[in-house]
Design a protein around this ligand. Structure first.
Ligand code: FES
Ligand code: MG
Length: 575
């Protein structure tokens, strides 16, 4: 793995008897940091994505204080710093568009600051992968603490979680929700800070961070407002000091074995499909690549174990009672490599053995099934075929079983405005067997693959009782959504992928068990449909970098020059 030249660690700089140390210590004096603290080692940066523009991460400021206590107790000095923070609901066109920018911010702050190690504070969907990607590229020891899920509210007799928003919005579109119900729902949907309170992308990535050995074992699920989260943060402060002394680096944690463990845990959880893209991006920062065929094989052999919203009926708190991520790993043990490291330096085998002694076996509870008697043979499927030569993903756990093998005629939409204009047109030539294709919203077309692939069921079919149809898109879907939606079709339409050549009435054949999605049109006919690609619209600023360097989902949508295997753009030197 290529390592850049990074700033000397904080310890070395602050102890320097010459002018460097003189100036570093002088500036800490200016912050009022006492002399005994100025000699503490290691110096630990706390990389915070706290922001009032990111309500999911708005609790991180107080967690930073707990991390500082842990670092100080272990003999270190903690210095908190901000980076940009990406809010899923507030960032347009998509928080994914800015994930790589945040990763560069994180990497450069870690690399260029006088710190020996870092504790990352993340939460909302893209902040955790951005922080992991940046920390892996920076190379200094890193531990991650997540914000934790926001409270579950109780409204009209039901425990209300974020996924309840989507059917409500659908019913409002159909004119079935009164103004009063609409206002009441708004008051009850988000009742505190913290990340989405189901197995959406944020909790899925919190689980991934645990499995990869960045986040403390058992840290993904305790709620944002739970005092235990402060204990976790304090413990993370102690862990980072130990990781520094033992010289545990991100490159030791991100291996093919740990990536396979993380991917299988995502599948068993019925976790967010966004994790597939982020895991490949994380792999790429460590000089690794997850082939579509490899992911397909792992997905096909990992059964669904968690019955948690949006895939099941249970709450995250039920999964936590069942033992959380360590319990999922214990159940999946025959499929995992438990010699990999957890964030506290122990092997996962040791962690799981210790938890079992404390809590006893808990699989078989309603929220977590056992490997012997899973909820379904698979939670996720990775597809390839003539419609998606470089891959596509479907969240099997949130799909309709009857649609997993389906043949239907395409109804094509070019962009979200086209959907909004025509989806409820009574004359739209669509029936329950049609396949709704939404394209032009991929990595570059979106840009950033906005979470809109979950095309609404046309009103005339919804009124007849149709609740799910096969949908196919180069966009993404929120981890809190459900439905039979084939996502991340690669290559995307705007870079010449076959998805861009589909016409209304073409037959699409989906076979999830076989792992295929095909367009039943001859190659000759498809070739005749190809026209010259129009020149891309002019770009400036970040978009200029993005459009030239972003890779397709099979390379994690990372920028080419950020992956560890980048060999340099020698053909176009900077002038
Ligand atoms: Fe931030 Fe879901 S919107 S975690
Ligand atoms: Mg989301």
């Amino acid at each position: 793995m290529s390592q850049k030249n990074v700033a000397r660690g904080g310890g070395a700089l602050f102890a320097d008897p010459g002018p460097d140390g003189f100036l570093h210590r002088s500036f800490l004096r200016g912050e009022g940091i006492p002399p005994e603290d100025r000699t503490r080692r290691p110096v630990v940066g706390i990389c915070s994505s706290w922001s009032e523009l990111n309500p999911c991460n708005a609790g991180l400021r107080t967690l930073a204080e707990s991390v500082k206590r842990g670092v100080a107790a272990a003999g270190g000095l903690a210095l908190e710093f901000p980076t940009i923070s990406l809010s899923e609901p507030f960032t347009r066109p998509s928080s994914m568009y800015l994930r790589n920018l945040m990763s560069v911010d994180v990497e450069e702050m870690i690399s260029s600051s006088p710190i020996d190690a870092v504790v990352l504070l993340g939460g909302c969907d893209k902040t955790v992968p951005a922080q992991l990607m940046g920390a892996i590229s920076a190379g200094k020891p890193a531990v991650l603490v997540t914000a934790g899920p926001r409270p579950v509210s109780c409204w009209r007799g039901r425990a209300t979680t974020i996924d309840d928003a989507w059917p409500l919005i659908e019913r409002r579109r159909l004119g079935e929700v009164s103004d009063e119900e609409w206002r009441e729902a708004e008051e009850n949907l988000v009742t505190g800070v913290g990340t989405c309170n189901v197995l959406g992308t944020a909790t899925t990535m919190a689980a991934v961070a645990e499995v990869l050995g960045f986040a403390p074992p058992g840290s993904a699920l305790p709620p944002a407002a739970d005092p235990r989260r402060h204990a976790i943060a304090e413990r993370a402060g102690e862990m980072i000091v130990a990781a520094y002394h033992e010289d545990r680096r991100p490159s030791d944690l991100v291996t093919l074995a740990s990536l396979e463990n993380a991917f299988r845990v995502v599948c068993a959880l019925g976790g967010s499909t966004n994790a597939v893209v982020h895991l490949e991006a994380i792999a790429g920062r460590a000089g690794l690549h997850l082939e579509a065929s490899t992911l397909r094989a792992w997905a096909a052999t990992t059964p669904l174990l968690a019955a948690v919203r949006p895939s099941g009926e249970h709450l995250l708190s039920d999964l936590e009672v069942a033992g959380g991520v360590p319990a999922v790993m214990r159940e999946l043990a025959p499929l995992l490599d438990l010699g990999t490291q957890a964030a506290d330096g122990r092997s996962w085998q040791t962690v799981i053995d210790a938890e079992e002694q404390q809590t006893g076996a808990s699989a078989g509870s309603g929220a977590l099934a056992s490997l012997d008697s899973p909820l379904a043979p698979a939670g996720m499927a990775v597809l390839t075929g003539s419609l998606a030569p470089d891959g596509a993903v479907v969240k099997v756990s949130a799909a309709s079983q009857r649609l997993l093998r389906h043949r239907g005629r395409a109804v094509v939409f070019d962009g979200i405005e086209d959907v909004n204009a025509r989806i409820d047109d009574p004359d739209l030539p669509v029936d329950a067997d049609s396949i709704l294709v939404l394209r032009g919203l991929g990595v570059r077309g979106g840009p950033g693959m906005p979470e809109v692939a979950h095309v609404p069921i046309p009103a005339k079919l919804a009124r007849e009782g149709v609740t799910d149809m096969v949908r196919v898109s180069d966009a993404r879907m929120s981890g809190t959504s459900s439905g039979t939606v084939v996502l991340h079709v690669a290559p995307e339409a705007v870079v010449g992928g076959p998805l861009g050549l589909v016409r209304d009435g073409d037959v699409i054949v989906l076979d999830v068990e076989a792992g295929t999605i095909d367009l039943d049109v001859t190659p000759e006919e498809l070739a005749s449909r190809r026209t010259a690609t129009p020149p891309p619209p002019p770009a400036r600023g970040y978009d200029w970098i993005y459009q030239r360097h972003v890779l397709q989902p099979d390379r994690g949508c990372d920028f080419d020059f950020l992956r560890a295997d980048f060999e340099g753009d020698v053909a176009s030197p900077v002038t």
